[in-house]
Design a binder for this molecule. Structure first.
Ligand SMILES: Cc1ncc(COP(=O)(O)O)c(C=O)c1O
Length: 309
């Protein structure tokens, strides 16, 4: 439905990397689709297949006011011809509050705005039962596409590469993408994750997701040994950024023409370059998984009068 062959592997030619004999590649999942970009189709593919198999009327999911996942769900459902419902955090919002919500509605998504307090209960059993009862013929996907089907979709990413990199770098929000990637990471490689939330328990969250998805503890403990968490690159927390980050992203864009966003991919690539310097990394191969977020990146670039997206 969405063409994953557009996700090419791009080699980055930057002098500072060549001097260290570092080969840096980017898996360009951002090129898959304008709206269903980056990790979004990875997380949605098997959820969509499930909804079709079950003959569901549509897909219901959750997100904040600027959620890339809500937009991607609306676009995917429109393309397949099933309905979509987005439960949005913030009862003060409406469909004209920003471009993300406007576009969701234009693509046919029914938006339901709820209070932050109520939204914080979204993973509680009673809340889920209430939603399942009210929307009984909808396939319900958690916020950020964070379920078994999302995980298995993300497992595919490395399988489209030579999969022989020393290090793989990826941004972390819900951990679905990184946990999926880890399932296909070879033993000789390390997965370097960059959480974009302040004080985030990366390993604990990955473990929870494996646990909820039916994996044994012994298995998750074993593979989680191959994860390094770079936890100091949240730039103040989710959605926050500094001038230093924006300058870095502009420079990277001017050298490579690869667009970034300051919420996920910009922070991760900044962490990658900083890690190379601080750890004096030499002579290795690194894959950076571009997880998309470009529509949000464009909005921020416009607002800040910058060129990185
Ligand atoms: C552009 C982008 N990159 C990375 C992530 C983080 O992925 P995950 O939530 O699977 O950890 C997200 C959130 O889904 C995202 O929108």
């Amino acid at each position: 439905m969405f063409n994953i062959e557009k996700s090419i592997i791009q080699k980055v030619e930057i002098e500072s990397l060549n001097e260290r004999s570092i080969k840096l590649y980017i898996k360009r999942d951002d090129l898959i689709d304008e709206n269903v970009s980056g990790n979004k189709w990875r997380k949605l593919k098997y959820n969509v297949d499930y909804a079709i198999q079950m003959k569901n009327e549509g897909i219901l999911t959750f997100g904040g006011a600027f959620s890339n996942h809500l937009l991607a769900t609306a676009a995917a459902c429109q393309k397949i011809g099933i309905k979509s419902i987005g439960i949005v955090r913030g009862e003060e919002l409406n469909s004209s509050s920003n471009d993300t919500l406007k576009n969701c509605e234009t693509m046919g998504m029914q938006l339901v705005f709820i209070s932050r307090d109520k939204y914080s209960l979204r993973n509680e059993k009673f809340f889920q039962e209430e939603v399942s009862y009210e929307y009984s013929n909808y396939h319900i996907i958690p916020e950020g596409g964070s379920n078994y089907y999302g995980l298995i979709g993300c497992q595919q990413i490395l399988l489209e590469t030579t999969n022989d990199f020393d290090y793989v770098f990826v941004a972390q929000g819900t951990t679905t993408t990184s946990a999926g990637i880890l399932l296909s990471l070879p033993e000789k490689s390390m997965l370097n994750v960059v959480p974009v939330l302040k004080g985030f328990d990366s390993i604990g969250e990955m473990k929870n997701l494996y646990n909820h998805s039916g994996f044994e503890d012994s298995f998750s403990n074993e593979i989680l040994n191959r994860v390094e968490v770079l936890s100091d690159y949240h730039f103040g927390g989710y959605g926050k950024y500094t001038n230093e980050l924006l300058v870095f992203m502009e420079e990277f864009y001017s050298k490579t023409n690869v667009p970034l966003d300051p919420v996920y991919t910009g922070k991760t690539l900044f962490a990658l370059f900083d890690w190379i310097e601080k750890m004096n990394v030499q002579d290795c191969s690194i894959l950076f998984v571009h997880t998309g977020g470009i529509q949000g990146g464009k909005m921020i670039a416009k607002k800040e009068g910058r060129t990185f997206s």
